[in-house]
Design a protein. Structure first.
Length: 325
């Protein structure tokens, strides 16, 4: 299959794999004709190679940037959102992002001292030392060139519909990976554009903590995925990895992986411990500050799930800690 041929014959949907410089791996963007022009899903990371690929792809198909009218972003991570501003500059297209992820973007753009103070407010009660928010804010600042310019954004609400190729797609909440993550389900063909919510080659992070306000990310994410799959999803076009149709089987595999991780966290909790203490024992070997944050966020999600299931206890102050029953 050529790089810019239809992903599925007759679907009118094209897939373009955009390179990234992040640990998530290259990202798939999907695009095709909409009702009044062309529609793009998750344009990719802003790198010169990705910009060149977009120019070449449109040239090969025989359309101009100005024919792109709508850009939809499943969530605000750089490998999905990064090129949205640049692509808007080229096309004049409207860029849609969920209100919750727009709010998170605003936190990313805070002045350094204010940003550090905000993260410390969220992370300090879990025993996180002040040095960690400082490192995380520096990491966000490092990523800024890969998501700027920030586009003018339109609020993307649940239930919003748009045309792409041979189907009309509905916007469905799939929170967890980010609080405002959405997926798009075709009304007739039941293809799911899942972003990072459902992939065949990975189990996505459970929470965008410390930017997340979800009190039980594990429960929220899995319930959302079950609700979507129960709508009769036939095929998943994910942000990473291959297209797949073993949808319910994959959901079962993800749940089993989470169960294994939950049990590991529960066994680690041999006494009253803070989140930081649990994470140090688990020793996930994070290679970057971002991977460390994801590991801590997932561990917190598992601890909160265990607590809300009544399997462990929680002491809420002045430093939050957890203990076996």
């Amino acid at each position: 299959m050529g790089s810019f041929e239809e992903l599925i014959p007759g679907s009118g949907i094209y897939q373009l794999t955009i390179p990234t410089n992040m640990g998530t791996g290259d990202n798939h963007t999907y695009f095709g004709e909409g009702s009044g022009g062309w529609t793009v899903i998750d344009p990719g990371t802003k790198l010169p190679a990705g910009q060149a690929m977009w120019k070449e792809a449109l040239k090969e198909i025989g359309i101009s940037f100005r024919q792109i009218k709508e850009i939809y972003v499943t969530h605000n991570h750089p490998d999905h959102f990064g090129l949205a501003g640049w692509l808007q500059e080229q096309s004049g297209a409207e860029v849609f992002l969920s209100p919750t992820d727009i709010s998170t973007n605003e936190q990313f753009l805070l002045p350094e001292k204010q940003h550090i103070a905000l993260l410390m407010e969220y992370m300090g009660p879990y025993g996180v030392p002040p040095s960690i928010p400082e490192v995380l804010v520096k990491e966000v600042q490092r990523l800024m060139p890969f998501i700027t310019p920030i586009p003018d954004l339109t609020l993307l609400e649940a239930g919003h519909t748009f045309h792409l190729g041979d189907d009309e797609y509905e916007t469905l909440p799939s929170p967890g990976h980010t609080d405002g993550h959405v997926s798009f389900l075709g009304k007739r063909r039941k293809r799911l554009l899942s972003g990072d919510a459902l992939c065949l080659d990975r189990v996505s992070q459970l929470s965008e903590w410390p930017y997340s306000s979800l009190t039980n990310p594990m429960q929220v994410q899995m319930q959302a995925l079950h609700d979507i799959v129960d709508r009769g999803v036939t095929q998943v076009l994910a942000g990473h990895g291959v297209v797949f149709d073993t949808v319910r089987e994959r959901l079962t595999e993800i749940e089993e992986e989470h169960r294994k991780r939950i049990n590991k966290v529960e066994k680690t909790l041999q006494r009253e411990m803070t989140l930081v203490e649990v994470c140090r024992i688990l020793d996930v070997k994070a290679r970057t500050p971002h991977e460390m944050r994801v590991s801590w966020g997932d561990t917190r999600a598992y601890l909160e799930y265990l607590w809300q299931q009544g399997r462990i206890t929680k002491n809420t102050g002045p430093v939050i800690s957890y203990a076996p029953k």
